[in-house]
Write a protein that binds this ligand. Sequence first.
Ligand code: TYM
Length: 338
Amino acid sequence: RKTIFSGIQPTGVPHLGNYLGALRQWVDVQDNAAPNTTMIYSLVDLHAITVRQDPKQLRQWKKESLSMLLAIGLDPNKSTIFHQSDVPAHSELMWILSCQASTGYLGRMTQWKDKTANEKDSSEKLKLGLFSYPVLQAADVLVHRATHVPVGHDQAQHLEFAREVANGFNHTFGTDALIPPETLISPAKRVMSLTDPLAKMSKSHPNPKSRILLTDSEEVIRSKVKAAVTDSIDGITYDPERRPGVSNLIDILYHTDSRSAYSSQEESAKDLAGRSMRALKERVADTVESTVKRIRASYEDLLHDEFYLDRVAAEGAEKAAKSAAVTMKAVKNAVGLA
Ligand code: TYM
């Protein structure tokens, strides 16, 4: 039996990095799953509030993110789709795991170190929830006994931590209540920013030209790709070390070109070798547009169907709560709480 679990923060419209690095794989898993596979996908709103959010904005983002998960092709009849805060077992297991997790390990996590390095305020102002973020993420996957977690590269360390916590818990209490999950890193594991190709494409970067949103119009896509930072070396070659900007565009082309018969990025670069940067960018814009076109259209339709969205969320929460209850019973038994 396989159980797939993954999550995304509802902090704005997902970008091409989210899609190629994670969301597209969620749909692939769903559409090619063996009959006894369970798929559970969460909008992790409790993770979203580890940084300050405007309540009105968050509510809107939750709705938009749910519409997007449906627009990319997740089917609520096949996959469980729910808002994390609708299922209290996530928070409950998090507390129990917090009593196992080591603060030393948490303090060494890359995301924590990055966020605190950028934080100008004193440690007095740093929030506990940001520090314990990985414990909640571990609870997310463990509470559903996930066997596989499809994510982009930046989540690998968090899932390593989840395995550590699961093994530690099982060992301490002499139980097999928790299942250490496997990480499934997608082929497009790290899509880079268009304006700073040494940084990953992210929702929070101040420059909107650094990312392509799944809702961007064709015109906007073309202008963002056209403005992408490249280099002044002649010709098109794939060389992520020396040519990060061009190589990121080739990566995007390779992963969005559905007709492509190329077996590698190097091969698709060879085909473009004699072409100009402008020609490369035009092809990238073409394939990105053809990838997001249908998603954009069905997103617009879904967003206005509040009745349907509410129903999907309610049914998803009910199914997720049932899945979580089985684990909570075993965990509480193991600890002596029940
Ligand atoms: P989040 O919301 O930042 O991103 C959602 C997914 O998108 C992937 N991703 C990328 N992949 C490739 N290139 C990029 N530039 C890029 N940017 C984002 C992420 O790897 C992720 O798979 N902590 C998680 C959410 C989470 C979760 C979980 C994931 C909470 N609980 C349990 C898996 C299992 C996060 O903030 O993802």
